[in-house]
Design a protein around this ligand. Sequence first.
Ligand SMILES: [Zn+2]
Length: 252
Amino acid sequence: MNQLIRCKNCDEIFMKTLFDQYPEYEWDPGHSLENFRNIERDDFQDFLIHHHGHRLENLKIIEDSFVSEKPYSEPIKTSFFKATNGKEKFVIKKFRERIDEPLTYQLIPGDYSLKCIAIEIQSEEISRQLKRELKSPLPQAQINAFVNLYRAIAENFEIKDLERVPEESHHPLEIYHKIDDVHLMYLLRNCRNIFKGQEYSAMEEFIHREKDDGVLLLKATYRIQINKMAKAKKRTIPTSLPFEKEKVVKKE
Ligand SMILES: [Zn+2]
């Protein structure tokens, strides 16, 4: 199991993995298989030497707190996760600059939150799907009118009112949501101004078919917002801590 160790003096961390104990092999192409050069490595030992005499503590990694700014398939990216020592919260930034570089872990005292920065409709997918699905094809002007109507409605969405779709998206910061009932009714009502008779019925069916897991899902884009905590000040000015004083008195 991985172990996360923090030096309290330097605010540096070390992620202890099984791999730290393994030697690294270096291939020398001019020689045969026996000529793998064995490079002894024990990064943890190096960390301990570097922080000799400092106060070390274990941090607990908060489950399911991993988040990244790039798609999962991207090898070079920055990810974040949360950890705690039981009292303070930390954000751990994990990154590498090049594919052949080892991962770097950086400690940030504080927390992170995900902030929704945009809610968009899937315009292109909607027009493509309308052309594909509707038996009697709609004129482009009507397709555009529907897309514009939906986009205008989407401008009023509040992310907290929308239900998240459980399916994983390929990007960790793009999450799909369903339209809520109130806005759905509003959409249908306004469709009556664009579509008549058979066309309206076909559109109504289309909307009901696509709203829960189709092209009418709304794409919310999030940003990782790191809320850095100022380093705790040493308690040198007791006058600014009246409650602390009181506690001390009570103890005695
Ligand atoms: Zn240290």
